[in-house]
Design a protein around this ligand. Structure first.
Ligand code: PEP
Length: 250
């Protein structure tokens, strides 16, 4: 049985003070939550604050991005070791906003993923098609390519630290959620690709999150689908009350 994950991606929101206020409100509400793993991804500047605020709780802290090199002349970048040192246990990789605005490619996703799992982080690797690709019937082909190049050369032990987030780009921040059926179809396809590249057991064990306008009122329908193992939540993870309602989906 795969354990569900509810992960919040704060993007470029929240200062350290706002991070403290968020966890002051969140933590008392999730004391008894045992049915899922909870992950929060603040911006780099608030990671340390988030780690302090969540110490001794069930919340894990994630980065939103990482560089693939160990260290070097890469102005503005942060390494895996820097993240693990502050207490991060996860990083998001290849978010569509990174692909769209910062030139990330399937090849850079592969490098970052290998560096992350090699350095002890769990990697939430994002894949997903843009609207024109869905409308022209290429969605599966695009996601197949993203998975094969980005995640096609992992070792067996690395695989257990990979979480895939299927995020159709047309559903991110738009209020337009993929129907549970559309999401479930792609999740099943991603599992099939993993079975082809690796083996059926590894594919079965893989946790696949859905992301794209997840809200308190649509999480339950999504989570009912067999291949949907959780959610990567953007906007609705910024407000502790709505994030709690998503965590406590029924
Ligand atoms: C995201 O940032 O990964 C995301 C899915 O955003 P939103 O939930 O706001 O669509």
């Amino acid at each position: 049985m795969r354990r569900s994950i509810i992960a919040g991606n704060w993007k470029m929101f929240k200062t350290c003070a706002e991070t403290r206020a968020f966890f002051d409100a969140l933590i008392p509400e999730i004391q008894n939550v045992e049915h899922c793993d909870i992950v929060v991804a603040p911006p780099f500047t608030a990671l340390s604050t988030a780690v302090d605020e969540t110490e001794g709780t069930r919340v894990a802290v994630s980065a939103q991005n990482v560089h693939s090199e160990k260290e070097g002349a890469f102005t503005g970048e942060v390494s895996v070791r820097m993240l693990t040192e502050v207490g991060c246990t996860y990083t998001i990789i290849g978010h569509s906003e990174r692909r769209q605005y910062f030139g990330e490619t399937d090849e850079s996703v592969e490098k970052k993923t290998l560096a992350s799992v090699g350095g002890g982080l769990n990697a939430i690797v994002c894949v997903g098609e843009i609207l024109s690709e869905r409308d022209s019937g290429q969605a599966i082909e695009v996601v197949r390519r993203q998975v094969r190049i980005g995640l096609g050369r992992l070792t067996e032990s690395a695989l257990s630290h990979i979480i895939v987030a299927y995020e159709p780009v047309w559903a991110i921040g738009t209020g337009r959620t993929a129907t549970p059926e559309i999401a479930a179809e792609m999740h099943a396809e991603i599992r099939k690709i993993f079975a082809e590249i690796y083996n059926p057991a590894a594919a079965y064990a893989l946790r696949i999150l859905y992301g794209g306008s997840v809200k308190p009122d649509n999480i339950s329908a999504l989570m009912k689908k067999e291949d949907i193992d959780g959610a990567l939540v953007g906007g609705a993870s910024l407000d502790p009350a709505s994030f709690v309602r998503i965590i406590k989906y029924s």
